[in-house]
Design a protein around this ligand. Sequence first.
Ligand code: ZN
Ligand code: ZN
Ligand code: FE
Length: 761
Amino acid sequence: MKTRKIITIYGIVQGVGFRPYVHKGVQKYQLTGWICNSEQGIEMEVEGERSNVNGFIKKIKKNAPILSMIEKVLVQEMPVFGYTDFKIKKSKTREENPLALIPPDISICDDCLSELLDPADRRYRYPFINCTNCGPRFTIIKEIPYDREKTTMSNFSMCGKCNSEYIDINNRRYHAQPNACHDCGPQVSLYLKGKKIEVKEPVIEVQKRLAEGQIGIIKGLGGFHITCDAANLTAVSRLREIKKRDKKPLAVMAENIDLIKKICHLSAKAKKILTSKEKPIVLLKKKKKYYLSPEIASDNSYLGVMLPYTPLHAILLKDSNLIIVMTSANFSDEPIIIKNNEALDQLSDKVDFMLLHNRSIYNRCDDSVIKDSFSSPIMIRRARGYAPFPIMLNKKVSQILAVGPEEKNTVCFTRDCYAFPTQHLGDLKNQENFVAYQEAIDRFIQVFRFKPKIIACDLHPDYLSTSYAEMLSRKENLILCRVQHHHAHIASCMAENHLTEKVIGVSFDGTGLGDDGKIWGGEFLIANYYDYKRVGHLKYQAMPGGEQVIHYPWRMAFSYIYSNYGSKISNLDIGFIKQRKRKEINLLEQMLIKNINSPSTSSCGRLFDAVSALIGLKEEVSFEGQAAIQLESICQSALDDNYSFRIEKELNKWIINTEEMFRQIVFDLKNNVPKSTIATKFHNTVAEFTTSMCKIIREKTLINEVVLSGGVFQNSYLLEQTIKKLKNNMFNIFIHKAMPPNDACISLGQAMVANAKENNF
Ligand code: ZN
Ligand code: ZN
Ligand code: FE
């Protein structure tokens, strides 16, 4: 019996190899009909024997191409039409500019890995082996459609053997654009002190050198890494010296899970992420017996680990038992190096070796970072393996370019039912990063052929991203939409969760300019995409020294304590005050009394800094969040106690007053209560006042949906406690999924707000 069915597939199915995939299935089941791209995904009609049609439909979802993401499949039965063949029809979208997706880079697959390690295979130890399911993508693509000539593989022409794989629909390298082998593809070479050295197998040679304690540079997929044996104390210290900067934790790479288990606790969930096709850096809790250099992630209970994700890494670590540092080769907050000559010029005389290759990197892309957490994994940095994969929205949106904030920047483009956040672009504080930022935007626009009508930016007039948006809006005649930072946080999380109605938005972070000109960061909003109302916040607190306090958490601690004790502060019998120089105390007292360079903030990040400094963990830091990370690292999940706080009504807002908490912390310090107890009670207090506020807001508004966003929620202990307390009070809680809660999510939120306001322009 013959039948005909219309199949509509919703999701990310365009530009991911779906049509050849369907073509194979149609051949197998002897079906006729047609397929075409539609606005929401793919539409097709298939006709054939009923059992065949049903068999085909059953398989669609199961064996779908690795990069596709099917949201739902609708099937509709129709009378038989009598198709004689199977056609790929023109796209149904009326736009002259149909959407094409660009796949992210995918780590080496199991099939390629076993060929790589098989001495009988023609690609044995070939560092650039790949197939239709794995290999470089985004980092080598210059333009769409995604064909080899439009990638940095265009310099290499396929040999006969590679080409026959490429054109054979039944080969697993069918249309694998970067397909290559020893004979025709890119090659690695070893450099010592800037000079190329002839060795038979450079990667094997590098493994030996790492084991001997050498430091080197390795060119990767989206940038260069600096590397050394992570267990070698001297090597790690030397590497720290070369990187020169801060105490930022370094990531490590190990050949397999067993090695990782020796140094970290590994949950089943974390293992799944570690071994996923994206293979990000996963932040895992360190074990007590931990034999790596303590300099890798000091004052941090987490360690960033990853598995080899390119064939080159796999050869490098094979049977070595090494755990190596793999951190981006760049200088303090500058963009990751992507060109051979840059690496040679800047780093040759600083390291012992360089392992380079001749496949160029077009799009710069850092390693992604995900934190293992009790409730659900937290995305910390979204880049390799994820970008430029879109986020599916629940409605069609305009073409908008949102330029993001200043720190942890990403840019976001929207069109159709998708939002495309760029890879992590970093902090826009120096010229090098700003240049790389503009280049990344240009390349994104070019690669995706975006034609935005609206450009969205932060309220802050001094951000480089804001001035870039102003410039572009003048030059290209685009509508400019300024979006408040914390509103963007909430809109972003709403978009990821497909929320449309008003929510209670809890936005906790370090800094964001408020609509009253003050620095916000501990905010309770009632928000939808279109608008927000600030219904509550942490009590304003003076920041003696302004932005500088970010580097000197002790100043923030002083400010909070001074609010409680005034001039009696010098008599306090706690370490924090006793070890202060008289001069320091006088200076800060004067600043606070006379209100010199001491703007007010409601920042939750600064509250964490203050407590960290007050209990003697971190008085000064080299990067924002460092003090809070250390505070989190000493929390004990078994302790269920908290400090007091007050929620006060001020005009039409609810204000959280933490004065009593600080008095109680001082009391605990005087009584030598362990730091870990104080830290835990503090975290519990934040979760408690958040819940109390949400309850007050719910009483007034009947809104039961709570959206959590902001960098403070990278703190997994706080996140868990907050979710627990909110759940106990029957709230519906929403957190970020694909995007980080930090400022990387801002661009998505800016785009969503601008889209909602479009009709007003
Ligand atoms: Zn493969
Ligand atoms: Zn070849
Ligand atoms: Fe923020």
